[in-house]
Design a protein around this ligand. Structure first.
Ligand SMILES: [Zn+2]
Length: 282
């Protein structure tokens, strides 16, 4: 359909406004889908941790968990703190492998294969409708011993600018979709798309049994820079902290599959075990 003509025909009417709104929404979603990378998010995470909106509180994500003090927060009813978690339950020098934006029928099985080959468990941050569409994959993830994380319904990286009711619906609807698909397993974490956490979304997640989950080491795999570049980035950024970000959705993830394999081999050579992010305060 020729949108411009149609918009012109409808100009001045309420229908035109409604159409325009739909078009805007569609474009925003398109952009979010194409460029999402959770890539700029370290900054957002840092802002949340520092409690400042201008980021001047320093890049908390670079300090890792011990030094940024961002892992606490207020404990919500049910015992889950609303502070953004990065530390590993395993303590020591353990790292957390986190995999976002799936499940995906092509790439999630390949990622699961790599993890299985290395005997590694990871945390999968799933998008609600994709979990609903692929309950078999969600069950495979759970059966292999991995943990589930809520990555909202629409992956709206600007949800931190939207009303609290919208954020709540994005979070709780996705939680239900993922848990229904999982057939019993609970979603233990919440990761805001692109790191767009707010105090409200952290509180809502924690009050519903999900620990807000950040990351320290963005592999930047989403942008497909090449397998070697992804591996190099992980190695270079690992000093930021123990939680590493990969993606099993949002496009061709062949480079991610290859890079993850190499990263897991490297971590082992470094004597670094893998674990799960902390859910409660140690
Ligand atoms: Zn994401």
């Amino acid at each position: 359909m020729d949108l411009k003509v149609r918009m012109k025909d409808l100009a001045g009417s309420r229908v035109a406004l409604a159409v325009a709104a739909v078009v805007l929404t569609a474009s925003a979603w398109g952009v979010a889908t194409l460029t999402d990378s959770d890539s700029a998010p370290q900054q957002n995470v840092a802002q949340e941790q520092g409690g400042s909106s201008d980021g001047s509180g320093g890049d908390g994500s670079k300090g890792g968990d011990g030094s940024n003090g961002g892992d606490g927060g207020t404990q919500q009813p049910g015992g889950i703190p609303d502070g953004i978690a990065h530390a590993s339950e395993s303590g020591g020098n353990a790292v957390n492998i986190t995999i976002d934006d799936g499940p995906d029928p092509t790439w999630t099985p390949k990622v699961l294969d790599v993890l299985k080959r290395h005997g590694v468990t990871a945390t999968f941050c799933m998008i609600g409708p994709q979990a609903k569409a692929h309950p078999d994959l969600v069950k495979q993830v759970v059966a292999a011993g991995h943990r589930l994380c809520d990555h909202t319904v629409h992956h709206d990286t600007t949800m931190d600018k939207k009303p609290v009711a919208y954020q709540e619906k994005e979070i709780l609807d996705a939680k239900k979709m993922i848990e229904d698909a999982a057939g019993g397993a609970k979603v233990l974490y919440y990761r805001a798309p692109g790191g767009s956490f707010t105090p409200d979304s952290r509180r809502i997640a924690a009050a519903n049994g999900m620990r807000p989950l950040g990351w320290n080491d963005d592999s930047k795999d989403f942008n497909k820079p090449g397998t070697a570049a992804i591996v190099d980035t992980v190695k270079k950024e690992i000093h930021n902290g123990p939680t590493i970000l990969f993606h099993d959705g949002g496009g061709d993830r062949q480079q991610t599959v290859e890079a993850l394999d190499q990263v897991l081999t490297w971590l082992k050579s470094q004597g670094r075990p893998t674990g799960f992010p902390v859910q409660t305060t140690p």
